[in-house]
Design a protein around this ligand. Structure first.
Ligand code: FPP
Length: 224
């Protein structure tokens, strides 16, 4: 059985779910937060150590301002209401991506990271204003500035995911098969599951089913 330390998720399909069932894309984002909470709980139950969630890409700024504002309000509300409970459950929060938000949200994100920084049960990496190409470019620039050698070890050290093992498993919900500029380097050997269900409809049972299937895959990392 394969060990499972790190799960990465592209939470796709909120907009379509919201339009279909509530006639509003934002209603889908709201329901999506409930799924986030279910999957956090299920990750703890499965003894997963790292859960990386793609919440907002560098490309998502192209969306209408109303939707962007709604998403960040949801995030703010989530942190204000839940960080204490996450902390009590020994869960650590880390933000991936560049924090270029309102000073209020930046402060809240920094406070949440600081408060939970010593926790050890599960680390949630929340990718916000994250883009893998820009992460890689910044890593190369840092290597050059520090006059280091370009090799895998130094690149890994200069990525935002330094110290975090690569994802064992990537799940993308929403019936779309692409990586959308997410963890391009780190996903080199991950097992990838594309799930038909939209993110708000995805639940613990679906998650456990994927985990079970993943555990039985023969992972050979290029070997035979
Ligand atoms: C993709 O669905 C989803 C997003 C861009 C946002 C994901 C954010 C959340 C689930 C809430 C974040 C909050 C917390 C607390 C982490 P889409 O809008 O692209 O869906 P579509 O493909 O149907 O349009």
């Amino acid at each position: 059985m394969n060990p499972l330390k790190h799960v990465a998720i592209i939470m796709d399909g909120n907009g379509r779910w919201g339009l279909k069932y509530k006639n509003s894309r934002n209603a889908g984002h709201k329901e999506g937060v409930n799924t986030v909470q279910k999957i956090i709980k299920a990750s703890v139950r499965n003894n997963i150590k790292y859960l990386t969630l793609y919440a907002f890409s560098t490309e998502n700024w192209r969306r209408p301002k109303k939707e962007i504002d709604y998403l960040f309000n949801l995030l703010e509300e989530f942190l204000l209401n839940k960080i204490e409970s996450l902390h009590k459950q020994n869960i650590k929060l880390k933000i991936l991506g560049s924090k270029k938000f309102s000073s209020k949200l930046n402060k809240l994100l920094n406070r949440s990271e600081k408060k939970t920084s010593k926790n050890t049960k599960l680390q949630i990496n929340l990718a916000l204003n994250y883009g893998s190409k820009s992460e890689l470019m910044n890593a190369f620039k840092k290597i050059k500035k520090n006059r280091e050698r370009i090799n895998e070890k130094n690149l890994g050290k200069n990525l935002q995911t330094r110290g975090i093992p690569d994802p064992d498993l990537l799940i993308r919900t929403g019936n779309t098969k692409r990586l959308s500029n997410f963890l391009l380097w780190q996903l080199a050997y991950s097992e990838i599951f594309f799930e038909k269900k939209l993110w708000p409809a995805f639940n613990e049972k679906d998650y456990n089913k994927i985990i079970k299937e993943y555990r039985n895959i023969k992972r050979n990392f290029g070997n035979i």
